[in-house]
Structure formats: structure tokens, C-alpha cells
Design a protein. Sequence first.
Length: 136
Amino acid sequence: MDRKALGWLVQDFFKTVYSKHSSDDGPADERDEAWMTISLRIESDENSIRDRKRQLRELVKERNLLVHRLLTNFDPDSVESCENLIRQLDEQVDRLIPHHQPLMGIIGNMQTAQQEITKHLEAELRESAREGRDAV
């Protein structure tokens, strides 16, 4: 993901997180080990999704404009040029925060849940192994 363009990441986000289809992501091949997958789907009305898509597309356009055009005219020796760029970046961050913070909260909750599940599975495996040794 770190090498994908922001526009593609936004598109993938909507295809995955707001999808109405469940994911059946099993292992690509037969495995001799236990595996688990966790996925996230968000239910929302079409108007909210459309509005969020519009907002994120605008941010992608701005970011592309900044990277591909505005920086070519940027003069690091000019206070005015620096202040203008700082203002534009601050405005963009202000529009990103309402999208970023809730997503980071969800990811944090998923990580916590994953850690709890892992603890319980490890405890079950230890108990099963102990019972197997006691039965022998």
C-alpha cells in the first residue's frame, strides 16, 4: 500500500470498507496450520458515502495539484511563498482529520480485538497441549 497512489488507495477504501459483499478470504493454498482473517465493513446510507467520496476525491485532487504543480512554483527563500504553502497544507490537514481520526479509532479497536483473540487462542492451545500431555 505504501507504493500506491493516493487516488487508488481512496478507491480501494470505498470498494473494501463500504462494500455490501462479505469477504471470503481464505488461504490461497492448502495449509497445515490454523489461520484467521479479520475484515471490516461499514454500513452507511448512499448519500453519506457519496459525500465522503466527493470530499476525499477533492483532497486527492488538491494533493496532486500540490505535488505536481504548486511545488514547482514554490520558493523556499520567500517568506510569502512559505506562508502560502503552510496555509494550504494546514487547510488540507483540517479537512483530512475528520476522515483520519475515526478510521484510526476503528483500526485501534480492531488491533485490540485481534490481540485479545490471540491471547485467548494461545491460552486454548496451551490448555489443549497440556491435556494432550496428561492423557499420554
